[in-house]
Design a protein around this ligand. Structure first.
Ligand SMILES: [Fe+2]
Ligand SMILES: [Fe+2]
Length: 301
């Protein structure tokens, strides 16, 4: 299994790898990606697949078909008229967009579950993820990055490593929150508490899960580097930086669970990478609450 390294925490890479592999192995028994999503990812990654193949797969799953049409007909796309068929949706949006919508539609299920402890529940994290998704989409639009579905999905998925902890290492995650509560003065960050309890962070676990599930590479990078985008080089840095900024904005606005964001400022240099002006940022902050509402409606079942 491929893993990433962090420059914090005292464990050897071998020891970390073992912790990550065991957690990912355990979560595979608890939560699997729906078979249909696996099929769609494979289909779109395959160079020979056609819109017809994708249509056949989605049309066989009424719940997913309904979800895709709901997304396509939402305010996000502002398409002329009501789109009533999956075929039409694929023609209008393209294979890739429909793939991303299908992955997004499968994710909500993973975030189900009750309250873990007084300070954390899976629905709180889902709300945070929706807030970040809405924020990344707005930010992508500001910098004219024409990838609205990738942007949205990046936000939804960024903290998926915490779901690995919640589903596969429940008792230990409770300990993380106990440690954070004991140092409520802010002397301990979420990732420092994770390192103390698990020996690894949700970034490392998220990266491993996305890799295991064969999600597109940029999503693994988002899950693995959103707290430190400048440590990542290459094509994904831009979208990971957008997620970093949206994560901080969502926390500033108190959208869902906000405890994983260490501080209310962006990592130094990130806004330069994005060429985001202060004016654009304040526009996004203003537009965020309404966008979060649209996102929540869109993803509600
Ligand atoms: Fe995070
Ligand atoms: Fe987050």
């Amino acid at each position: 299994m491929s893993t990433i390294s962090t420059n914090t925490g005292g464990l050897s890479n071998e020891a970390k790898k073992k912790i990550i592999c065991e957690a990912i192995d355990d979560i595979s028994h608890i939560a699997t990606l729906p078979e249909i999503t696996v099929k769609i990812i494979e289909l779109v990654e395959s160079p020979d697949s056609t819109a017809h193949d994708l249509h056949m797969v989605i049309a066989n799953d009424p719940a997913l078909s309904a979800r895709v049409l709901k997304v396509v007909n939402s305010a996000f796309y502002a398409l002329p008229g009501q789109i009533g068929s999956i075929n039409r949706a694929i023609v209008l949006l393209g294979l890739n967009a429909v793939k991303n919508i299908a992955i997004a539609a499968s994710l909500a299920k993973l975030f189900r579950g009750g309250r873990l402890c007084p300070s954390f529940s899976a629905p709180d994290l889902w709300e945070h993820s929706l807030g970040v998704a809405a924020g990344v989409r707005l930010l992508a639009d500001k910098i004219s990055l024409n990838l609205p579905d990738e942007a949205f999905l990046s936000g939804l998925i960024h903290d998926i490593g915490i779901m690995v902890e919640m589903q596969a290492r429940r008792a230990k995650l409770v300990k993380v929150f106990e440690q954070l509560n004991a140092k409520a003065d802010g002397g301990l960050t979420f990732r420092q508490a994770e390192l103390q309890v698990f020996g690894v962070t949700h970034e490392e676990l998220g990266f491993a899960l996305c890799t295991q599930w064969k999600f597109p590479k940029f999503l693994a990078h988002v899950a693995g580097y959103h707290h430190r985008p400048l440590q990542l080089e290459g094509d994904s840095q831009l979208i990971v930086s957008l997620v970093h900024v949206a994560d901080v904005l969502a926390a500033r606005h108190g959208v869902g669970y906000t405890g994983t964001v260490d501080r209310p400022e962006f990592d130094e240099g990130v806004t330069d990478v994005l060429k985001l002006t202060a004016e654009q940022l304040s526009e996004v902050e203003q537009e965020l609450p309404a966008a979060v509402e649209v996102a929540a409606q869109l993803m509600s079942s």
